[in-house]
Design a protein around this ligand. Structure first.
Ligand code: MLT
Length: 405
């Protein structure tokens, strides 16, 4: 009999959003007449902006002529895109990031799942609780997380940093010092942010403890308030301790196109001098043949003048939905947070329902799909996440239905 990777067998159930999709498909099949509104997975609904479509068309045409045809992309990304990101994303923030420290990929989900490969099997990871499930699940797959306690929902080797209403959904320094710290701000799922001073505190903590921060900034385009950092590289010392992951899915609607990037400073090394930048480059070269040329050209177009204007309009559209959800639920008596610097609204379930009980209740009575907070970790129990990525009409209708139940 073939032996399988036993670490995979330790994963309880299916991936959160696959479980939800299965439940919704079953409900839909049993109730074909119901109009279900999906505010669960954070998938965009607005079409790609004209600047991106134009770039895609023109890149496809290049593929049709022998002189301009492109085969394999450079595994670390085309210089035109890496240069553009360094210039248009990091320079205006005053962040010291060079083009060749930017690794282009097929998305932030892959990068946030794969990055753990460059660390030893026995490193201690710390995660916020609740948290984007990819961080923990991929560390389970790597055999790093110890045993799972079904009664608590905790892995024995993972350091959990509870983010609750009591601490404003911001993690506190853990008692046990971790080797790798996952931070995501604006946060998925709570929609919370931390200030630049708070992030600087984490950078100082990591430098002092020789830890590495994996900073997931996928939602930075949704920041509307001053004093909220867009990149960890705005902080002093971050080049010595941080890796940053970015996405084109949320800022430009590339969920179906697939494009993201990871920044690893060249000076990020362990005490023996091993360069994390070099390890990630080696990994890319070995396991990845580069994001498609046409998609990287589309990514470049996001930073053109029209691309910036058009994607900002899309973000404003989704943030208007966030306001509709936030205010509608608040007026209906729900306790809500998030939704100001992030496209996620985090609400307390009513009547002490568990997260999954509320999921079923909402699906059955309002025919609205959201995401149970407990799916993101034990501290998410009793909470629920709604996304602002739906259409305006569906968002208004969903909130009306929820307010009526
Ligand atoms: C979410 O709903 O949490 C996100 O869409 C998942 C992702 O970006 O992979």
């Amino acid at each position: 009999m073939i032996k399988v990777n036993e670490d995979y067998l330790k994963l309880p159930g299916s991936y959160l959003f696959s479980t939800i999709a299965k439940k919704v498909a079953a409900f839909s099949e049993a109730n074909p007449d119901k109009k279900i509104i999906r505010l669960g997975i954070g998938d965009v609904t607005q079409p790609l902006c004209p600047a991106v479509i134009k770039a895609l068309h023109s890149a496809v045409d290049e593929m049709a002529a022998a002189e301009t045809f492109k085969g394999y992309a450079p595994d670390l990304g085309y210089a035109f895109l890496r240069d553009t990101i360094a210039e248009k994303v990091y320079k205006p923030l005053g962040a010291d990031v060079a083009a060749d420290e930017i690794f282009i990929s097929d998305g932030a989900k892959s990068d946030s799942g794969n990055i753990q490969e460059i660390f030893a099997k026995d490193v201690k990871i710390a995660v916020c609780d609740p948290v984007y499930p990819v961080y923990v699940d991929t560390n389970v797959m790597a055999g790093r997380t110890g045993t799972y306690d079904e009664s608590t929902g905790l892995w024995s080797n993972v350091i959990y940093m509870p983010c609750t209403a009591d601490n404003g959904f911001a993690p506190e320094f853990p008692e046990t010092v971790p080797d790798v710290i996952y931070l995501c701000f604006p946060n998925n799922p709570t929609g919370a942010t931390i200030t630049k001073d708070q992030l600087q505190g984490w950078v100082d903590y990591a430098v002092k403890n020789k830890a590495v921060i994996i900073y997931d900034a996928a939602y930075e385009a949704y920041i509307s308030e001053d004093g909220v950092p867009h990149s960890i590289f705005e902080c002093e010392g971050a080049r010595d301790c941080a890796i940053e992951i970015r996405s084109f899915s949320k800022n430009a609607g590339f969920t179906g196109l697939r494009l993201g990037y990871t920044v690893i400073p060249k000076n990020l090394k362990n005490e023996e001098g091993a360069s994390l930048h070099a390890l990630w480059a080696r990994r890319h070269g070995t396991k990845f043949n580069g994001a498609p040329y046409i998609v990287q050209k589309a990514g470049e177009a996001v930073y053109s003048e029209e691309g910036q204007k058009e994607t900002r309009e899309q973000i404003a559209y989704y943030m208007n939905n966030a306001k509709v959800i936030y205010e509608g639920l608040k007026n209906a008596g729900y306790s809500v947070s998030g939704g100001v610097n992030a496209p996620y609204i985090w609400l307390k379930t009513p009547d002490n329902m568990t997260s999954w009980e509320f999921f079923d209740h909402l699906l059955e009575t309002a025919n609205v799909v959201g995401t149970p907070g407990s799916g993101f970790g034990p501290s998410g129990e009793g909470y629920f996440r709604l996304t602002a990525f739906g259409s305006y009409e569906n968002t208004v209708e969903a909130i009306k239905r929820i307010a009526e139940i």
